[in-house]
Design a binder for this molecule. Structure first.
Ligand SMILES: CC(C)(COP(=O)(O)OP(=O)(O)OC[C@H]1O[C@@H](n2cnc3c(N)ncnc32)[C@H](O)[C@@H]1OP(=O)(O)O)[C@@H](O)C(=O)NCCC(=O)NCCS
Length: 202
């Protein structure tokens, strides 16, 4: 399908563009990124961002394999003439058959974290995935210890399903111990019991 735009009062999610490459490169210099994002090339270069933005992302939308959005500030008359700066990225993979669930992945530029934006972005994407009927359930996973990701997933309504090897191989070929969660279309999305104590916090 063609990219779909989603929005709320605080965020707009739309198609990543080639013009976003500089910001993607800047954000992906954050040293936590290669530890937490299994498929991120490292070191991360301009060609990696360009390939991602103008190659992988539009092809995966067109093939209905993975839907990737740019997070941007809300639309305004002042910003409508030009592309509002990219803040981060969120994506949803959709299984093509069998009983595999969809999966969600996300990241923000370091200066855009800590404002709850990824909880809101997940809400928009999950609502879209469930209401369109493209998803019946969605899985989340993060390297054990990635508290920011786990807290954002818990706040978005994911239920903790346990610790296990990462479902996808990391750059070094390993499957590091990972926290896993799942959300079903009918779940009420209030933060669930059962998460590791350090995720729930004080
Ligand atoms: C994961 C990520 C998108 C979350 O975005 P965010 O803006 O930090 O999310 P929030 O502001 O909603 O914060 C989520 C929670 O994590 C906490 N948190 C943020 N950074 C943290 C850190 N380094 N250590 C511990 N807790 C942290 C916040 O306090 C918040 O908890 P609270 O709501 O109980 O106060 C962002 O941290 C990020 O891009 N990280 C690097 C890439 C990554 O790990 N992606 C996920 C891969 S699975």
């Amino acid at each position: 399908m063609l990219p779909v735009e989603l929005s709320s009062g605080v965020l707009r999610l739309d198609a990543p563009q080639g013009a976003d490459a500089d910001r993607v490169v800047e954000y992906c210099q954050d040293p936590v990124m290669p530890s937490y994002l299994a498929r991120l090339p490292w070191p991360y270069r301009v060609t990696d961002a360009t390939d991602f933005l103008t190659g992988y992302v539009p092809a995966a939308w067109a093939d209905d394999q993975e839907y990737t959005w740019a997070l941007r500030g809300p639309a305004s008359a002042a910003s409508s003439a030009s592309v509002s700066p990219l803040l981060g990225v969120i994506s949803l993979t959709v299984p093509v058959g069998g009983d595999r669930a969809s999966s969600i992945g996300f990241w923000l530029g370091p200066q855009h974290r800590g404002r709850g934006l990824m909880v809101e972005a997940q809400r928009l994407v999950l609502d879209w995935g469930f209401t369109t009927g493209l998803c019946e359930s969605v899985r989340w996973e993060a390297v054990a210890g990635n508290l920011a990701s786990a807290r954002a997933a818990r706040k978005a309504g994911f239920r903790y399903t346990g610790l296990g090897p990462a479902g996808i191989a990391y750059r070094d070929g390993t499957h590091p111990p990972s926290w896993k969660g799942e959300l079903h279309a009918a779940d009420d999305r209030t933060p669930a019991q059962g998460w590791p104590a350090e995720v729930v916090g004080a």
